[in-house]
Design a protein around this ligand. Structure first.
Ligand code: NAP
Length: 459
């Protein structure tokens, strides 16, 4: 009877996880998606406690209580901009748990464990342990605890792949000789070192994509453990986690026009590249008052936010400016690039926090045809996602990345602190065009000054 109830609750939990992903796909329904995910996990934990009720559950209950006490403040207090590193820590804990349960299962069953089960166990332990150290390094880079620069050295590919080879070979040896416990320790140690070597060589700005890929690894290892433990819910949840992480990684790398190999082994961010001759060009700088004068005659404006808006926490200033422009009868839209900022949905989340209505957010494909008929494009701390080098310069790291066509608007206003490049390190030719107004300064301060200037305008 209990078995049937537990399996039924697992089905309910799996359905809630699927619904969670479905609802998360839309900003409008994402809170409901979150609720479904949390409820699914609560049902899963309850069902698992029920499944083990014949045994001593005090350890399990203790673990749940400690997890809740540690996890709740992390969830409640972490700032929006720190979500990528918080996610990295979740993957670190999840994958470590999976790897340790795998190791415990080996010690419980060896040497009588069958070769197929032991192969799956070895594989999931390799993935779990490497994801643990990889996620810890990703966390440390994003949190600024260590340098975000990729650490590169001659022959690093051989060292990394050699370490992975040791982990896999030790796993294979263990399968052939299940009683040789020492081989399991080598599997664990080599996988831990490989995770470290893999991520330490990747630039900090690529960490969000790396985290999506590590998410996928953690999910796959959990699904594999589900097969070993014969736990259907773990198989479903792990597969959902593994496939959604992989899909997210693919979407992010496509939107950046990068391959997985380039992200994992490219070492991007080591050298700040700049386009030849950039220093010779001259850009026109303007004040917020100048921009207010241009806005006096504008009928349509598209605001393009980027990473700098997040750094300056300028989303509320953006919203206030948009309100003031709308009060003057200007049509205001926001053009959202899929990889603007440093994590998927970064701009949507910040603008939602500032109460910008969803219907004013226009995705890249929908907003691009509107730029030629737009009076002013105001670019707030965005750079790469507007860079026309992506269209024209085959040698540029940005080449092929779809961009927001802000250069097609009548006037482009760039709000940023300097003439410096963005994440890709590529100079932006748009800064030097005659219809571009560069307004240099912190985005929040510039937009606040622009708002004041707009309010002081005499019509
Ligand atoms: P970006 O190209 O990195 O440019 C951001 C600009 O913001 C910088 O040029 C910087 O110029 C400016 N800035 C920084 N702090 C500022 C402040 N306080 N006030 C005003 N401006 C400030 O950003 P993006 O256009 O959003 O493009 C995102 C990039 O990140 C893309 O290359 C994308 O491939 C990459 N990426 C995205 C994701 C994702 O999931 N979204 C993940 C990984 C990588 P100054 O220093 O001159 O101010």
């Amino acid at each position: 009877m209990t078995d049937v109830l537990v399996e039924s609750l697992y089905v309910v939990s799996a359905m809630l996880f699927v619904l969670s992903l479905k609802f998360m796909a839309e900003v409008r329904t994402s809170r409901l998606g979150n609720l479904c995910g949390v409820s699914g996990m609560a049902v899963a934990i309850g069902a698992t406690l029920m499944a083990y009720q014949s045994q001593n559950t005090s350890l399990l209950v203790g673990a749940v209580v400690i997890g809740a006490v540690v996890g709740s403040p992390i969830g409640l207090k972490v700032a929006m901009t720190a979500v990528p590193q918080r996610t990295a820590m979740s993957h670190a804990f999840g994958s470590l748990a999976v790897a340790l349960v795998g190791a415990a299962e080996y010690y419980r069953s060896a040497p009588g464990i069958d070769p197929v089960t032991l192969s799956v166990l070895s594989g999931e332990m390799v993935l779990g342990f490497l994801t643990f150290t990889g996620s810890c390094i990703a966390f440390a880079k994003l949190q600024g605890l260590i340098s975000g620069r990729p650490i590169l050295y001659r022959g690093r590919m051989y060292v990394s792949l050699g370490t992975l080879g040791v982990a896999v070979a030790s796993g294979a040896y263990l399968v052939a000789n299940p009683s040789q416990e020492w081989a399991l320790l080598i599997v664990a140690a080599a996988a831990l070192v490989f995770g470290f070597l893999l991520v330490i060589a990747i630039g900090g700005a690529d960490m969000p994509t790396v985290i999506a890929i590590l998410n996928s690894f953690a999910g796959i290892s959990a699904a594999a453990l589900g097969f070993v433990l014969d736990n259907r819910l773990l198989i479903v949840a792990g597969t959902l986690d593994g496939s959604s992480g992989l899909i997210l990684g693919i979407i992010m790398s496509k939107a950046m026009n990068r391959s997985f190999t380039n992200i994992l082994f490219g070492g991007v961010g080591a050298v700040i590249a700049s386009e030849a001759g950039a220093g010779a060009k001259v850009a026109q700088t303007y004040t917020p008052d100048d921009v207010a004068t241009v806005l006096r005659d504008a009928r349509s404006v598209i605001v393009v936010p980027g990473y700098g808006m997040a750094v300056a926490q300028a989303q509320h200033a953006v919203k206030e400016l948009a309100d003031a422009m709308q009060a003057r009868g200007i049509d205001v839209k926001y053009g959202i690039h899929p990889v603007a900022g440093r994590m998927p949905g970064h701009m949507n989340v910040l603008l939602a926090e500032a109460q910008v209505p969803y219907d004013q957010l226009w995705e890249m494909d929908k907003v691009n045809p509107l730029f030629p008929g737009t009076d002013v494009a105001i670019v707030v701390g965005a750079n790469d996602v507007t860079n026309p080098a992506a269209r024209t310069r085959a040698e540029s790291p940005l080449y092929g990345m779809p961009i927001l066509d802000v250069d097609k608007a009548r006037t482009v206003v760039f709000v940023k602190r300097s003439m410096g490049p963005g994440f890709s390190g590529v100079d932006n030719d748009l800064f030097y065009l005659p219809n571009t107004m560069m307004v240099l300064g912190d985005a929040k301060r510039v937009l606040t000054d622009l708002l004041a200037a707009l309010r002081n305008l005499r019509d």
